[in-house]
Design a protein around this ligand. Structure first.
Ligand SMILES: Cc1cc2nc3c(=O)[nH]c(=O)nc-3n(C[C@H](O)[C@H](O)[C@H](O)COP(=O)(O)O)c2cc1C
Length: 180
């Protein structure tokens, strides 16, 4: 099973990206998590650039989405909202087929950010009828350094929450694929 994990933060030492990287390490047998954390490389969406004019870098991400059995998104809140880079990426997906029906689960590396989460749930529920609102992981990592996160993510409590989230997601996707 292929899972594509998209970070809403382009920051080098992002807590959200670190959480997704930990998922890559802790993925259950049979599941492969790849992490995309370069939403800053996508040009600003314009309907004039859709179809045959879709930029190569956007097409590359869309192809990864098409290949994935499921998507995980972990994003910070910026100014009480979805960060521009993430919303921009979603705008590129709206009128295309790749995201429609694709299972999507949210993770979040902060104890704050509920306005962003509420908005993102509305947006994802709009672009994909595969959005899974009940599969969710929240770990409070705001302000942690890369070294602190590396240690935390190896603690049994954190590691088991991540493993449980991934197992839930894999089981949900498998039951959807079997039509259960
Ligand atoms: C421009 C900007 C705006 C922010 N606005 C909010 C906000 O409205 N609410 C909040 O809880 N945190 C806000 N933050 C803090 C980030 O959400 C927080 O630092 C988060 O952990 C960053 O995620 P990252 O480590 O993955 O980059 C903001 C940070 C920045 C840079």
């Amino acid at each position: 099973m292929k899972l594509l994990a998209i970070s809403g933060s382009a920051r080098q030492d992002s807590t959200n990206t670190a959480l997704l990287m930990a998922m890559k390490r802790l993925a259950p047998v049979g599941a492969d998590v790849s992490v995309f954390h370069r939403l800053d490389t996508l040009p600003v969406f314009s309907p004039d650039l859709e179809g045959e004019r879709t930029p190569v870098v956007v097409m590359a991400l869309l192809e990864e989405i098409a290949k994935a059995d499921g998507i995980i998104i972990s994003s910070p809140e910026y100014v009480r909202a979805i960060p521009g880079g993430l919303k921009n990426a979603i705008d590129w997906m709206v009128s295309r087929y790749e995201i429609m029906g694709k299972p999507i689960a949210l993770a979040h590396a902060s104890h704050r950010g509920d306005e962003m989460l509420a908005s993102l749930r509305v947006v994802l529920g709009t672009v994909s009828d595969g959005f899974l609102p009940h599969v969710f992981l929240r770990l409070p990592l705001v302000g942690k350094s890369v070294q602190e996160m590396a240690l935390l993510m190896r603690e049994p409590d954190y590691a088991s929450q991540i493993t449980r989230f991934l197992s839930d997601l894999v089981a949900t996707i498998e039951s959807t694929q079997k039509g259960v």
